[in-house]
Design a protein around this ligand. Structure first.
Ligand SMILES: Cc1ncc(COP(=O)(O)O)c(C=O)c1O
Length: 380
């Protein structure tokens, strides 16, 4: 029995369906690496890993922090784990002990790794800077790092990678085309100098969907895995390029009614008195607030679903509570389920809708759901 006040549901079949859709789409030589960093984009790292780590269609798992990777090793996950984020110099030995692949872009990191005593080789991926100007090194830096790695017998240069800056938000392909070009030229030069690496990876979800030539031999798939589109532009481009390709959202976020009350016309609702009723109004008190990740900008803006109908949020979203207007939804009672994100009956509140209400992207909406909330895997 679900005894929670607000919780996240993960649809196992939807997640598995999305894995299948990407496996089918990716070129056969490309290994498939779901990106499950940041608590699996809010879906719950242990829950996502429990489904993905056992899947034959999943080859590697991509993470951001060492803590995420160690948590998976502790749960017995044996698949190759690649860190995309930064590992402090003081924790590199821990990464090596846990057989975690690292993305490197600092000489200091390689020098520190060089001093570590390990049985098994430490596998490294150099991040190439091709125009995102985030992590990564230019060609001279890459030659330098590759040369340094080769000096240490226990370090193995396993891969090169880069990350696109501008695929999602535009239909103009010139910037990613430039990045692809620079990447290929850098790899060609590195290979010529004897710094070959067996694994090449550049594709995120949007790249994998739009440019098959980015699949290389590993694809890093994040948002799409969770059934969310990187952007409307990507969705429209894919509709033309891959007819029949579809994704199913994996996450729903729910709560239950904590009190039903009626207030008279002209009553103020919640902090700051930002909403005043214009009729006798029935309110459902919902035990969810900005602490949980339900953004305060949803105040007086969002809807939730109760009894399959939309109930507008009235007044300010508080730290742990918010209020929904249920005047037009008869029969709502204590502990009825309210859907903050997801489907109920024929209605749906999507991550994109919530993102639009608060001026952000679906990535942020799901990722910022408080990691402490229970994640429940459901088999629909
Ligand atoms: C380096 C890197 N690769 C891949 C991804 C996955 O991107 P997406 O969620 O758009 O598939 C991310 C996401 O932030 C990333 O930072």
């Amino acid at each position: 029995m679900n005894k929670n006040i607000n919780w996240v549901e993960i649809d196992r079949a939807a997640l598995i369906g999305n894995v299948r859709a990407f496996r089918k789409l990716l070129e056969t030589q490309a290994k498939f690496m779901p990106v499950i960093k940041s608590n699996a984009y809010g879906h719950g790292l242990p829950e996502a890993a429990s489904i993905l780590a056992g899947s034959k269609q999943v080859d590697w798992l991509g993470l951001n922090s060492l803590d995420e990777a160690i948590a998976l090793r502790k749960r017995g996950v044996r698949k190759p784990l690649l860190l995309l984020g930064y590992v402090p110099l003081a924790r590199l030995a821990e990464a090596a002990r846990n057989d975690i692949r690292l993305t490197v872009y600092n000489r200091e990191t390689v020098l520190a790794l060089g001093k570590i005593k390990v049985q098994k080789k430490i596998r490294l991926h150099i991040k190439l800077e091709t125009g995102t100007n985030r992590q990564g090194v230019d060609l001279a830096g890459a030659i330098n790092l590759a040369g340094l790695i080769q000096k240490y017998p226990h370090l193995l240069l396993e891969g090169y990678s880069t990350h696109f800056a501008n695929i999602e938000d535009t239909t103009d392909r010139s910037y990613p085309d430039g990045q692809k070009d620079r990447y290929l030229k850098m790899i060609a030069r590195l290979e010529k100098l004897g710094h070959s690496a067996p694994v090449n990876h550049v594709a995120c979800t949007a790249a994998a969907l739009i440019f098959p030539d980015t699949h290389k031999n590993l694809a890093r798939i994040g948002i799409g895995l969770y059934g969310l589109w990187p952007s409307r532009e990507t969705m429209l481009a894919v509709r033309d390029r891959v007819p029949g390709f579809s994704l199913a959202p994996v996450l729903s976020w729910k709560t239950r009614v904590a009190q039903v009350k009626t207030v008279s016309s002209g009553s103020f609702v919640s902090y700051g008195c930002t909403y005043r009723t214009t009729r006798r109004t029935r309110l459902a008190v919902l035990p969810v607030g900005y602490y949980d990740g339900y953004d305060r900008k949803l105040s007086n803006t969002a809807h939730v679903l109760i009894k399959g109908k939309r109930a507008p949020i009235r007044g300010r979203v508080c730290m742990n509570l918010c209020l929904a207007d249920i005047t037009d939804i008869p029969g709502v009672k204590l502990e009825d389920e309210a859907v903050l994100l997801g489907k109920q009956g024929k209605e749906q509140i999507s991550a994109e809708q919530l993102a639009q209400w608060i001026g952000t992207i679906n990535y942020e909406v799901v990722t910022r759901i408080n990691p402490l909330l229970p994640r429940i895997i459901v088999n629909k």
